[in-house]
Ligand binder design. Structure first.
Ligand SMILES: Nc1ncnc2c1ncn2[C@@H]1O[C@H](COP(=O)(O)OP(=O)(O)OP(=O)(O)O)[C@@H](O)[C@H]1O
Ligand SMILES: [Mg+2]
Length: 477
């Protein structure tokens, strides 16, 4: 898998995501077209059925009561006969349809084709001109409404509730007599819907687009969901890869830093001890005390370093032994500040320790908690970019003990507030190399220890405005 470095992985991910988006879009488009032609067929069938049913109803109104005729008028063959009859056209030819059940023994249904001799002087009567004309606008307006109601019902059943109207055509006319606009995405065939009137009905839908998208909503949802899931999966994999790379890089930096960090205290202690013997400091108690305190500090630093490294393996193993006792946080803080006095003075720092008159006891491991305080003070000294003013305070608030370690240092960008508690993480230096040495384990150690004490550690900081590390621990009861 070595060849699959980040160099290839990122473009590969981008290409895969783009390819899957394009494929999905093409698929959706094809589906859209398929759905559209299917919907058109379905609608056509609805109009056809409505015309058949409406015609059957109209025949009943003409006096057809014989149920024997129902299978005939409801059957598919009748549809063919009707459309064939509708379609026949010839010059000087007129059609009519009659149905009667006046005879008790039988019902007759008659299609008539009347051919008029063009030489004849009989003038063709126009519909509506005489009382014997079967055309009756009033009855037709009822019938067309019934026809449209049947279509509306059918369309509602398939989920299409609005956005359509009808065109009403005189028998041979090409333009609708009700003035309907026929420029539309879909217009059905023209159907006669009432044998007596010979008018034609056409369903018109200006746009089917919204309806089709609506019927495809679950497909679209699943496509979006799939794309989101794919992107999320890629995002997490890439983040994981990046973290692992950073982790590997940090481990390398850690090893070289560690060598330095371990060697320095050993060299300093050796030097201090050597100086004591060489210069016979046993006779100068003040100097001796100074050298001894340097030695003590360095050993404490060494000890802390070892603790941090040990902490690493403990964390990985999952076992975390703590020797919890009733621990006075304020005394712990005082001890740490006292033991770091020399470092603070050397750095020209002013340290204010604000203690609370109330006792601040926690149930904790004194060694680890002291290390935590030491780490925070050490960071404040290490990263100070001007004479350090350090404010350490402790207070008991509602069953909690709250500590602040606040400095006037360079501060930390919000971007890194969570990250600085990660193992090996160090805020990137302005230049290429870090002036201040460190392993990037200190704050991770702080967080682990505080969390093992059921507490939290948070940071309030802005670049240029110092940092305030806040530790919140449950008070001992
Ligand atoms: N008081 C502070 N002011 C400004 N930056 C800080 C402060 N404390 C920590 N940091 C930033 O957070 C990073 C992580 O700190 P952490 O203590 O975990 O590691 P370190 O000091 O680099 O190494 P170690 O403490 O293990 O020797 C540091 O590299 C530093 O950039
Ligand atoms: Mg540190």
């Amino acid at each position: 898998m070595k060849w699959l470095s980040a160099k290839y992985a990122y473009p590969l991910v981008v290409v895969s995501v783009l390819a899957s988006i394009i494929l999905q879009v093409i698929w959706l488009q094809q589906l859209f077209n398929g759905q559209r032609s299917q919907a058109k067929q379905q609608i056509e069938q609805i109009v056809n059925n409505a015309a058949r049913d409406n015609m059957y109803n109209s025949l009943k109104k003409l006096g057809l009561t014989d149920t024997l005729l129902t299978p005939f008028f409801k059957g598919a063959e009748w549809g063919l006969i009707r459309s064939g009859f509708d379609a026949v056209k010839a010059p000087h030819m007129y059609k009519s349809f009659e149905i009667s059940d006046t005879n008790k023994d039988s019902t007759y249904v008659a299609f008539k084709f009347v051919f008029i001799n063009p030489e004849s002087d009989i003038k063709r009567r126009k519909p509506g001109q005489t009382s014997s004309d079967p055309y009756s606008p009033q009855a037709d307006s009822v019938s067309i409404r019934e026809m449209h109601a049947l279509v509306t019902k059918g369309l509602a059943e398939m989920g299409l509730k609005k956005g359509f109207y009808y065109g009403l055509y005189a028998y041979n006319a090409a333009t609708p007599k009700n003035g309907a606009d026929t420029a539309a995405e879909y217009a059905s065939a023209k159907y006669t819907y009432n044998m007596a009137y010979m008018h034609k009905y056409q369903l018109i839908i200006p746009s089917l687009e919204r309806y089709i998208w609506y019927t495809m909503r679950y497909y679209i949802l699943s496509v979006v969901l799939m794309l989101v899931l794919t992107c999320a999966a890629f995002y997490f994999i890439i983040r994981l890869m990046r973290n692992q790379r950073l982790y590997a890089e940090a481990r390398v930096a850690f090893t070289s830093n560690m060598t330095h960090e371990l060697k320095t205290p050993i060299a300093t202690v050796s030097l201090a001890l050597e100086s004591i013997t060489r210069y016979g400091l046993i006779h100068q108690p003040e100097k001796l005390e100074e050298y001894l305190s340097i030695g003590r500090q360095e050993l404490q630093r060494l000890n802390l370093m070892i603790e941090k490294v040990l902490n690493l393996s403990r964390e990985e193993e999952g076992a975390y032994p703590l020797n919890k006792v009733l621990f006075d946080v304020q005394t712990g803080l005082q001890d740490v500040v006292r033991s770091m006095e020399l470092q603070l003075t050397n750095a020209g720092a002013v340290c204010r320790l604000q203690l609370s008159p109330e006792p601040c006891f926690v149930d904790g491991d004194p060694v680890h908690l002291t290390n935590v305080f030491y780490n925070l003070v050490e960071n404040a000294i290490k990263y100070a970019d001007r004479p350090l003013e350090l404010e350490i305070s402790c207070a008991a608030v509602n069953d909690r003990v709250i500590l602040h370690v606040k400095d006037n240092g360079p501060g930390i960008d919000k971007l890194y507030h969570d990250k600085i508690f990660d193992r090996f993480f160090r805020v990137p230096a302005k230049g290429d190399t870090h002036d201040v040495k460190g392993s990037g384990l200190g704050l991770n150690y702080v967080k682990t220890i505080i969390e093992h004490h059921d507490g939290t550690v948070t940071l309030k900081s802005e670049p240029g405005k110092g940092s305030d590390f806040i530790i919140n621990l449950p008070a001992a009861v």
